[in-house]
Write a protein that binds this ligand. Structure first.
Ligand code: ACM
Length: 672
């Protein structure tokens, strides 16, 4: 029997099992992200039919009404009429009239009875989110892309009052390392909307590619959007695709995506990285490098590169200003991200112009050189009515173990700091110094990390407000982000595997108040409803992510060693195979364990299979981890029919960005 989420009924709630109502204990509202308050109310709920009218009052409420009608169309097959005016309810009404201002710019109140549905919100964004909640109150099949027959489209009688914990709920997509199509970007924007995220941080440029058309500087895409090869073997490994990689968005593409996002109340934050992570731009316009350096090409290996803009060259600033003008014309949001992370100082140190500028401006550290540069950009970009945002290195506080002092100059207080790396003291210092901060701590929010490093629970439990931060500073943490970095993400299936269901967890990090968060209930909502929604939308999420087994190496001492993984293997392959014929001698259930022996890196399997003469006969699909801990490192198989003449093989796929310095044993047994 389903249970009501433990936190749903903390306040006084009317839960009466009336004659034609669903018994209260069978009701559960499997909404993700979980709302601030849900009260089941007496009654049968509302059944949506092809005659249901979606009404709205003010003209500004028409768009969320039409978006709701469009969202319900594919699975229901209903083309629900959208009409202005009309009284309550006899259908679905979206209105800003008499809305409670305390709900804020994104909050909404929703009431469902057998007579109809009213969504009330001070703003269109709240009406849109109320519509998203309605979709999740319907049977999960409503997320199917094709018409579903025989379903009663019942929305249970309920009252919801909801608003986000944070105003900034971002998802970052790195399209610089590996280009993502317009269709993929739209699919992810749709997922953001379903999960009530409102800031799409678009990482458009980096050392490995420049992906946005700039009409005044065509070489940015002619040269910068193409590289001759791509590293694929994991960090520092010498394996390449052997093929060029290219792609960029035309300004027409970008306008289309900006509109698609705006329809979903998502602001796009374009990231144009500088002065580091700018090699693609420098390859296109090498006059902006430090002149002592050779002329580079667009990087085709990953990891940060030493090329940086020569910020002492006055010609650089009109170049940047022109680019920003085109960016401002494309993106209506009020924030422009300038990157600013991981600036390598080597080229600046060797540069006569930089040395002369430091003497002239009395700048003593290279961190100060970056603050000087960033402050000039803040000023330039403010004149264009936009705010600068950057990774936390823009504060001048070093996070890379450099021997240099932290900067003496102060970053302009109007800049938004996106914290990704460094001690919690560093984060606290940025917040209490008065910067608006977005908390994107890498060890808790990076979607490219393995499930061994960031489990769904770790993602869910992330609190953007650092522990011990005094209440008067809380509002300076404007929210949090989750980041899909794109190194080694060469296809959408792998991207979706890394993203989901952790993305769902991050939606509650940003939206749901700590009092309403409950990991066990989140897990239940996923397992009972939300994973179905993802399935129906064709999202290829990681399976069995809630498994939690910790093991120690001693447990496997008696198992038969069928092979090992070694550093040379890691250099070359993701798919590993070991001969299991020494163990597989009968039908039965088998276990294979991965036991880490030594090295800096872990093995992070995505799945494992038992093959009979090359054909998979049993498969275990879960993310595992064999490193300094052994977590979910046992894979289980069933062999129904044993064939004495056959060859049995164990095959697994390793997570592509797994490091290469790792060594371990593969052991197997027949379960007694
Ligand atoms: C970053 O991950 N370099 C922001």
């Amino acid at each position: 029997m389903k249970s009501i989420g433990a936190v749903a009924f903390v306040s006084a709630v009317l839960v009466v099992a009336g004659m034609d109502s669903t018994p209260a204990e069978e009701l559960s509202f499997d909404i993700v992200p979980y709302p601030q308050a849900i009260n089941a109310i007496q009654g049968a709920g509302f059944v949506c039919t092809r005659d249901t009218v979606i009404r709205y009052h003010a003209e500004t409420s028409r768009q969320p009404a039409e978006m709701l009608a469009a969202a319900l169309r594919p699975a229901t097959g209903f083309t629900l009429p959208v009409a202005k005016g009309g009284s309550i309810p006899a259908g679905i009404l979206l209105t800003t009239e008499n809305a409670d201002a305390a709900l804020g710019s994104e909050g909404y109140a929703l009431r469902v009875t057998s007579d109809g549905i009213v969504v009330r919100a001070p703003n269109a964004a709240g009406l849109f989110y109320g519509g998203q909640t309605l979709r999740q109150l319907l049977p999960p099949e409503v997320f199917r892309k094709h018409q579903v027959g025989g379903t009663k489209w019942l929305i249970p009688a309920v009252e919801i009052r909801d608003q986000p914990r944070f105003p900034w709920r971002s998802f970052m997509l790195d399209v610089a390392r590996n280009f993502k199509t317009k269709e993929t970007v739209k699919m992810l924007l749709e997922q953001m909307a379903i999960h009530k995220m409102n800031r799409f941080h678009w990482h458009l440029t980096d050392d490995q590619g420049w992906r946005i058309e700039i009409k005044k500087y065509p070489k940015l895409t002619e040269t910068g959007a193409r590289r001759r090869d791509t590293q694929i073997g994991g960090w520092k490994t010498p394996k390449y695709t052997g093929e060029p990689h290219e792609g960029f968005y035309t300004q027409e593409d970008i306008r289309e995506i900006v509109q698609f996002a705006a329809d979903r109340h998502i602001m796009i934050i374009p990231e144009i990285g500088m002065p580091g992570h700018a090699l693609a731009a420098i390859a296109a316009y090498p006059e902006f490098r430090c002149p002592e350096q050779g002329i580079p090409e667009v990087a085709y290996t990953y990891g940060k590169k030493p090329y940086v803009f020569n910020v002492a060259d006055e010609k650089l600033y009109p170049f940047i200003s022109t680019i920003i003008d085109e960016v401002v014309a494309l993106f209506p949001g009020n924030v422009i991200h300038i990157g600013g992370d991981e600036v390598d100082h080597r080229h600046w140190k060797a540069c006569a112009k930089i040395s002369a500028m430091m003497a002239r401006e009395k700048i003593t550290t290279y961190s100060d050189v970056q603050v000087y540069f960033t402050n000039r950009l803040v000023e330039m970009i403010q004149k264009k009515n936009r705010r600068v945002m950057g990774w936390n290195e823009i504060t001048g506080d070093l996070v890379h173990g450099s021997t240099e002092q932290r900067a003496e100059r102060k970053l302009s207080k109007t800049a938004v700091v996106q914290f990704w790396k460094g001690s919690s003291d560093l984060l606290r210092s940025a917040i209490t110094s008065g910067y608006d901060c977005v908390n994107s701590t890498h060890s808790s929010t990076y979607l490219d990390y393995t499930y061994g490093k960031i489990s769904v629970k770790k993602a869910y439990d992330f609190n953007p407000i650092p522990r011990g931060l005094e209440v008067q500073h809380h509002a300076k943490v404007i929210g949090s982000g989750c980041q899909m970095w794109g190194e080694f993400i060469h296809d959408d299936a792998r991207m979706e595997y890394r993203m989901f269901p952790r993305f769902c967890a991050y939606s509650e990090v940003g939206w749901t108040s700590p009092e309403q968060k409950d990991f066990e209930d989140f897990k239940r909502r996923l397992e009972e409803s939300h994973l179905k929604r993802l399935d129906y939308q064709g999202i290829r999420y990681a399976k069995n992510v809630f498994m939690h087994e910790e093991h120690s190496a001693e447990e496997f001492a008696d198992w038969v060693k069928i092979g090992e993984w070694t550093k040379p293997m890691m250099d070359k392959e993701y798919i590993f195979e070991w001969d299991a014929s020494a163990v597989v001698k009968s039908a039965g259930r088998y276990e294979v364990a991965l036991i880490f022996r030594e090295g800096k890196h872990s093995l992070a399997p995505l799945w494992m299979e038992l093959l009979e003469d090359g054909t998979p006969v049993s498969r275990d699909d879960h993310p595992g981890y064999a490193g300094n801990a052994l977590r979910n490192n046992v894979y289980r198989f069933e062999l129904k029919d044993f064939n004495a003449g056959s060859r049995y093989i164990i095959r697994m796929e390793n997570c592509k960005s797994g490091g290469w310095k790792t060594l371990g044993d593969v052991r197997m047994r027949l379960i007694p």
